[in-house]
Design a binder for this molecule. Structure first.
Ligand SMILES: Cc1ncc(COP(=O)(O)O)c(C=O)c1O
Length: 396
C-alpha cells in the first residue's frame, strides 16, 4: 500500500519506515529492529546517532547552519585542507550531492578542453557506470534504463567497456577531441565492478601522455569504504579530479570535487557556484566524519571486517549453484547471482537485515564503517541461508 500519496512516486519503496537508529542498528515505526548492512547506500559512515558526531552537529546548528558563499567559510578551508591531506591532491570545491560533484567534474573537463583550444571536448565514459540523474550525469552514465525517456542526451561522450585498455588507446590515436577519462574506481550501481589496478595505472599513463584529465568518481567507493581513504589508493595512483559525496557527511548532504594541480585552477571566479554548497553544517559534518574515521581507526576496521565478511560469503556461498561471483573490497561487497533477485530485499527485511540489490542480480552490502566482527557474523548468519533457499527454490 502506498502510504505517501502526496510524495512523487520515484522510488520502489519497501513497506517500512525507519524511525531511529544507534550504531549499526535501526528501528522502524513499529519498533522492529534491523541490522543495517546498507548505511543508507554508503552514506552513514559512522552508523546512526554517533555520539561525537551528534554533539558536533548540535553545536553547529546552535551556531550557524548557513551563511552563503559571499563570505569566507573557515570550515570549508578546514575540510578542504583535510581532504588535500588524505588524497595528496591540492584543492576542493564543495556542493551538495554526488551528481553535483560529477556535474562540476564534467564542467572542469570541458573547460580544460576549451582552455587548450578544443571547441568540442569529449570525455571517455564507461558501460555500466552510474554518475547521477541530472541531464549531464545521466548522459555520462552507462545504463540505458537511467537514460530512457530523457533524451536527447548530452553530446560529447565516448563510451568504452570497463577494463579495455585497447579501446582507450585506439581512441587516443583517433580522436583529438578527447580531454578526459571519467570512471568509478569501483562501479557501485552497476554491480560492484572494480576497475583493475593495472587498467587504472595504464589509463593514468595514457592521461599523462595525452594531456587528458583522469577523473575518478569516488562518490560511492571513497571515504574509507574499501579500507583506504580512496579506492584508487589501492592501485597507487592519483586522479586529477575526484568527485565525492555520500559518506563524507555521514548522513548530512554534501558533495565535493577534489582536484590536483592540472585541474584545480580551471574554474575561475564566476565559472561555477551553488547556494547551499559548503555550508557550515555540512562542512562540520565532513570535518567530524573524517576525524572520527581517523581516531576510531575505521580504515583498518573496514579492511578487517570486510575481509571477514567476504571470506565468510565465499565460504558459505561461492560453491552454491546460481552464485556467479563474490567481489568487492573492504565494506563494499557484491554477490552476483545468475538471476534477478530483488525479492531478496523483502526477505532480508523480514529477517531483520537491511541490504540492497543492484543491477538486478547483485546483492550489495555497504555497511557503516563501524561494522563489527559480530555484525559481520550476524549478516552471514541471516543472508547465507536466505540466498541458498532462494536459489534452490527457484531452480526446482
Ligand atoms: C558512483 C556514484 N556517482 C554518483 C552518484 C549520484 O549521487 P547522488 O545520488 O548523491 O546525486 C551515485 C549515487 O548512487 C554514485 O553511486
Amino acid at each position: 500500500m502506498n502510504t505517501m500519496p502526496h510524495v512523487m512516486n520515484t522510488a520502489g519503496r519497501l513497506p517500512i519506515a525507519l524511525s531511529h537508529g544507534r550504531g549499526c542498528r535501526v528501528w522502524d515505526t513499529n519498533g522492529r529492529e534491523y541490522l543495517d548492512a546498507l548505511a543508507g547506500i554508503a552514506v552513514n559512515t559512522l552508523g546512526h546517532a554517533h555520539p561525537r558526531l551528534t554533539e558536533a552537529l548540535q553545536d553547529q546548528v546552535g551556531k550557524l547552519i548557513h551563511s552563503c558563499n559571499y563570505y569566507q567559510v573557515p570550515l570549508q578551508e578546514e575540510l578542504a585542507a583535510r581532504l588535500v591531506d588524505i588524497s595528496g591532491l591540492t584543492n576542493a570545491f564543495f556542493c551538495n550531492s554526488g551528481l553535483e560533484a560529477n556535474e562540476a567534474a564534467l564542467k572542469i573537463a570541458r573547460k580544460f578542453g576549451h582552455d587548450k583550444g578544443i571547441a568540442s571536448p569529449e570525455i571517455i565514459v564507461f558501460d555500466k557506470s552510474f554518475h547521477g540523474r541530472s541531464i549531464a550525469t545521466l548522459s555520462a552514465t552507462g545504463n540505458s534504463k537511467v537514460q530512457k525517456g530523457f533524451g536527447p542526451l548530452l553530446a560529447g561522450f565516448v563510451r568504452a567497456p570497463l577494463n579495455d585498455l585497447d579501446f582507450i588507446e585506439q581512441t587516443a590515436r583517433n580522436n583529438p577531441n578527447v580531454v578526459a577519462v571519467f570512471l568509478e574506481t569501483i562501479q557501485g550501481e552497476g554491480g560492484i565492478n572494480p576497475a583493475r589496478h593495472t587498467f587504472l595505472r595504464d589509463v593514468r599513463d595514457l592521461c599523462n601522455k595525452n594531456n587528458w584529465l583522469l577523473m575518478l568518481d569516488e562518490v560511492q567507493c571513497g571515504i574509507g569504504r574499501t579500507g583506504k581513504w580512496f579506492a584508487h589508493q589501492w592501485a597507487d595512483i592519483q586522479p586529477d579530479v575526484m568527485p565525492l559525496a555520500k559518506g563524507l557527511g555521514s548522513g548530512v548532504p554534501i558533495g565535493a570535487v577534489v582536484c590536483g594541480p592540472r585541474a584545480a585552477h580551471v574554474f575561475q571566479p564566476g565559472d561555477h557556484g551553488t547556494t547551499f554548497g559548503g555550508n557550515p553544517l555540512a562542512m562540520r559534518a565532513g570535518v567530524e566524519t573524517l576525524a572520527i574515521v581517523e581516531t576510531e581507526q575505521l580504515l583498518v576496521n573496514a579492511t578487517r571486517v570486510g575481509r571477514l565478511l567476504k571470506g565468510g560469503l565465499m565460504r558459505e556461498l561461492s560453491q552454491v549453484e546460481g552464485v556467479v561471483e563474490i567481489r568487492g573490497e573492504g565494506l563494499m561487497l557484491g554477490i552476483e547471482l545468475d538471476r534477478p533477485c530483488t525479492e531478496l530485499l523483502n526477505r532480508a527485511l523480514e529477517a531483520g537485515l537491511l541490504i540492497s540489490v543492484t543491477a538486478n542480480k547483485v546483492i550489495r552490502l555497504l555497511p557503516p564503517l563501524i561494522f563489527t566482527e559480530t555484525d559481520a557474523e550476524e549478516t552471514l548468519h541471516i543472508l547465507s541461508p536466505l540466498v541458498r533457499e532462494f536459489l534452490s527454490r527457484k531452480m526446482n
